[in-house]
Design a protein around this ligand. Structure first.
Ligand code: ATP
Length: 329
């Protein structure tokens, strides 16, 4: 094992830099050269790279984003693009490629296996936490922290004005962020894929209206609804309109958006990224097609196919907590 290549791909997540640092420092200990390719798979397509030294990565553990930049790369969906990426890896005599990213990035890795015989290792980094075979993905804890702080501030205004707020959080098509942030902020309602679908929208809205009306009478306080992105037709503005049109309930909308992806990683993400990076370098020597995860305190290796294809539902305990605390069930 002489050379490892690294890319960060898909949505950036706090802690990606900590993972890069951990890989480079681990490689240094073993005299393995590290090459970073820029802009996700595009860097491999266009042969855009830097040698990653200890000096370069030593001070980046606390930095958000990724020093290797990130991007989507549509050419990876075509044979010609995959072949070109494989050629670049062969040209640089790369023994293993470590991909730091989400499920899409790992699907790219699997597609690459047909054209390149080096070892392929994945490190799960996405704020969405939507990858199986790891309790948490890198960036998730930081995103929860950021969103919680933001909603705490919104809460002050919601209470002061006795107002309904609809706050949209990220998560793509999973409710890990919505449920965790909803519970952490004491949201009056959490609307996510786990407790709401296209058939149940009317029912959900009617329950919401009952909840808002009884809360208004009882406490004279604000009412915060945490809404998962991509859930309600026309998003938070759609829900706002539905509440206004049919029940004459006014509300304010706040889309947290990209602030959830940015910022300095929290200690939990820095530590997770460091542990997964160390194991990724070990795995790169003798395995391929694996993702490094951490389950119940143990750093483990998993088949990349399982990690991407298996569902990762929101913990049932969080549903129960929400039912009990917010809905009084
Ligand atoms: P996040 O969910 O945080 O945005 P991600 O890794 O899932 O991260 P995607 O945009 O889904 O982000 O994927 C990143 C890149 O991986 C794509 O732009 C593409 O280059 C590659 N990729 C995704 N799916 C495939 C696939 N089926 N075949 C080949 N390459 C793929």
């Amino acid at each position: 094992m002489k050379r490892i290549a690294i890319i960060t791909s898909g949505g950036d997540a706090p802690g990606m830099n900590a993972a890069i640092r951990s890989i480079v420092l681990s490689c240094h200990d073993e005299n393995i050269q590290c090459i970073g390719f820029y802009h996700g798979y595009n860097g491999l397509l266009n042969d855009e790279f830097s040698y990653l030294s200890v000096d370069l990565v030593a001070p980046i553990i606390q930095r958000g984003g990724t020093i290797l930049k990130s991007a989507r790369c549509k050419e990876m969906h075509q044979d010609a693009g995959l072949k070109q990426v494989a050629n670049t890896l062969t040209k640089h005599k790369i023994d293993a490629l470590i991909v730091i990213g989400g499920d899409g990035s790992f699907r790219g890795m699997m597609a690459l296996q047909t054209y390149w015989s080096g070892n392929l290792i994945g490190i799960p980094a996405t704020i969405d936490n939507d990858l199986a075979c790891t309790d948490k993905t890198i960036g998730f804890a930081s995103a929860i922290h950021t969103a919680t702080q933001a909603i705490d501030k919104i809460r002050d205004t919601a209470n002061a004005f006795e107002r309904v707020f609809i706050v949209e959080v990220m998560g793509r098509h999973s409710g890990h962020i919505a449920f965790n942030v909803g519970l952490a902020t004491g949201a009056e309602a959490i609307l996510s894929f786990e407790n709401c679908n296209i058939e149940s929208l009317d029912l959900v809205k009617n329950d919401l209206v009952t909840q808002i009306q009884s809360q208004k009478q009882a406490h004279q306080n604000g009412f915060v609804i945490v809404l998962a992105e991509n859930l309600w037709p026309n998003g938070p503005l759609g829900l706002q309109k539905d509440l206004q049109d049919t029940d004459n309930i006014e509300s304010a909308v706040c889309v947290l958006g990209y602030i959830q992806r940015g910022g300095s990683p929290c200690p939990e993400d820095r530590i997770l990224a460091t542990e997964l990076g160390i194991e990724a370098v070990k795995a790169a020597k003798d395995s391929t097609g694996v993702m490094i995860g951490k389950i119940a305190g143990q750093v483990t290796r998993h088949c990349i196919i399982r990690a991407t294809e298996q569902n990762k539902p929101v913990d049932q305990a969080l549903h129960s907590a929400y039912q009990q605390i917010c809905l009084g069930a």
